[in-house]
Design a protein around this ligand. Structure first.
Ligand SMILES: Nc1ncnc2c1ncn2[C@@H]1O[C@H](COP(=O)(O)OP(=O)(O)OP(=O)(O)O)[C@@H](O)[C@H]1O
Ligand SMILES: [Mg+2]
Ligand SMILES: [Zn+2]
Length: 510
């Protein structure tokens, strides 16, 4: 007898419907799975067999053939245990339910309990789009599934309770909307703890408001890492679309915090400098999202930038610009979005004190050059704001005066982001940093005076065309923070000032 059940599959960010067909026929006992299954899918056979036996169901002692359709798409992971079980129950006559509007996803333990799996959110979204009405998923995945409107989510605890539900003996209650509170997490470190460093704070505020990349450079102990770690406390609130996109990635990567349905705060990822290029971009035979994508709609923080390997830094270049990372494999390519704000921190030289007002630098000029040249020109060019973090003065560090708190800064950032959300309504642009070339000059219109200023800087600083575009975008953000419709000369002047640091360090005459 042939029967079928429905499940879902994932390829990158795209989910698709998978039909699990089971044929139980007379012949030598055997159990074959066909339709491009990976090793974990093939192991389903053993898990399902044990789970069925241990739950008191009869495992058919016949020739069993299971086909996962469409056969040309690779099926990955243990998510087909549950649909396989359902198809086998139907094919062996132990269950006779109409399940044409239901999708089953889940791994099984050997004693028949449903175990959580990755990628529920994109699969649930696609299941609803494909016209299914019921979604059976492991109970601990339920918070993720209920985010999707228009499909009823049944949390599955184990096989016996599922069968009792499907045969109408004892109903499983559909999962309700999740009520996890958005900001229940531990309080974030606050900017009021950072003494002095007003310029750096201002630059971080601009970066957060427009989603711009920023480089912090300064001597040891000046507060670079401290400043960067406080960024999450001033990042603008996420829009619903951004929340869904970011959650999808974390759902696929299996990095959703337990019991959460949505990632509502912008991610802040700070991979260690020993990270491999694949760790940043994503890897595996069916590639999973890497750090760049896990930071989607949030911050990718690279502390001690020159310590990162050349290949790791190079892998960043294109994705940072495009907002997506593409990974090629023999059986096709996968893209993951990575609209991130890149934040990098570094010392100016190996000893750390090059350019320090009082402490002498003990490095040779060659060593300084070598150190700085680890950060390549193209990468530097992609960092919109370069800011020096000078050592804090004694008076500042010992003062009792409380600095501005993150909530005050965040309010300004949110106001500036609101203007951008209005401006880019109906487009795929998220913030000023993502303005596309075709509308750049319309959105970042300059007055005559502004133009003249920029021209002067362009020639004097030897800016690239990219740097020119980026200065325009930053000045748009500065104007937005100022609630000004026009980009005034002072806005453009401030934006230019954040691009002058590379002259001091990278283009200096040694
Ligand atoms: N501006 C500041 N206000 C208050 N405390 C500060 C400030 N700067 C540094 N500190 C103190 O010094 C410690 C070290 O700062 P931090 O780690 O941010 O330095 P850094 O600039 O990243 O140095 P390195 O170049 O060595 O990485 C902080 O944890 C904090 O206690
Ligand atoms: Mg540091
Ligand atoms: Zn030095």
């Amino acid at each position: 007898m042939v029967s079928r059940s429905f499940s879902m599959g994932l390829y990158g960010m795209d989910a698709f419907v998978v039909t699990v067909e089971a044929d139980v026929s007379v012949g030598l006992p055997g159990f074959d799975v066909v339709g491009l299954p990976d090793a974990a899918v093939r192991e389903s056979r053993d898990r399902v067999r044990s789970a069925m036996k241990n739950c008191g169901f009869a495992f058919p002692v016949h020739k069993i053939t299971v086909n996962l359709a469409p056969a040309d798409k690779r099926k990955e992971g243990p998510i087909y245990d549950l649909p396989l079980f359902i198809a086998l129950m139907q094919a062996s006559g132990q269950l006779g339910a109409d399940l044409e509007d239901s999708v089953f996803i889940g791994e099984l333990s050997l004693n028949g309990e449903a175990r959580p799996v990755r990628g529920i959110l994109p699969m649930a979204i696609q299941a609803q789009k494909s016209g299914f009405h019921k979604l059976y998923i492991p109970a601990s995945n339920a918070p993720e599934g209920v985010v999707v409107e228009g499909i009823t989510v049944y949390p599955v605890k184990d096989l016996p309770s599922l069968i009792r539900h499907l045969t109408g003996q004892e109903k499983i209650l559909p999962a309700g909307k999740n009520t996890d509170t958005p900001f229940a997490s531990a309080p974030l470190p606050d900017f009021s703890e950072v003494r002095g460093q007003f310029e750096a704070k201002r630059a971080l505020e601009i970066a957060a408001a427009g989603g711009h990349n920023i480089l912090l450079i300064g001597s040891p102990g000046a507060g670079k890492s401290m400043l960067a770690k406080r960024l999450p406390s001033i990042l603008p609130d996420m829009t619903f679309e951004e929340t869904i996109e970011t959650t999808k990635i974390h759902s696929i990567a299996g990095t959703m915090p337990d019991g959460t349905s949505l990632i509502r705060t912008r991610p802040f990822r700070s991979p260690h400098h020993t990270v491999s290029p694949a760790g940043l971009s994503g890897g595996g035979s069916i590639p999973r999202p890497g750090e760049m994508s896990l930071a989607h709609n949030g911050v990718l923080f690279l502390d001690e930038l020159p310590e990162f390997s050349r290949s790791a830094m190079e892998v960043l270049r294109q994705p940072i610009e495009d907002g997506k990372v593409t990974i090629s494999r023999v059986n096709g390519t996968i893209s993951y979005p990575c609209t991130v704000m890149l934040v990098a921190a570094m010392n100016p030289c190996p000893c750390g004190y090059f350019g320090h007002p009082t402490k002498p630098c003990t490095c040779t000029s060659n060593a300084v050059s070598r150190y700085l040249s680890r950060v390549s020109g193209p990468l530097l060019d992609r960092l919109d704001l370069h800011i020096e973090v000078p050592p804090v003065e004694f008076d500042e560090i010992s003062s009792d005066e409380k600095a501005e708190s993150s909530s005050v800064i965040k309010a300004r950032v949110n106001a500036a982001r609101k203007i951008q959300n209005e401006r880019f309504k109906g487009t795929s642009i998220a913030c000023n940093a993502r303005i596309t070339p075709d509308i750049l000059h319309e959105i970042c219109h300059l007055s005559e005076l502004g133009r003249a200023l920029l021209k002067q800087a362009f020639e004097k600083l030897g800016l690239s065309a990219r740097a020119y575009d980026r200065i325009l975008k930053v000045s748009r953000t500065i104007a937005d923070l100022d609630q000004s419709e026009e980009i005034e000369p002072r806005h453009i002047a401030e934006a230019i000032q954040y691009r002058s640091l590379d002259r001091k360090y990278w283009m200096k005459e040694l």
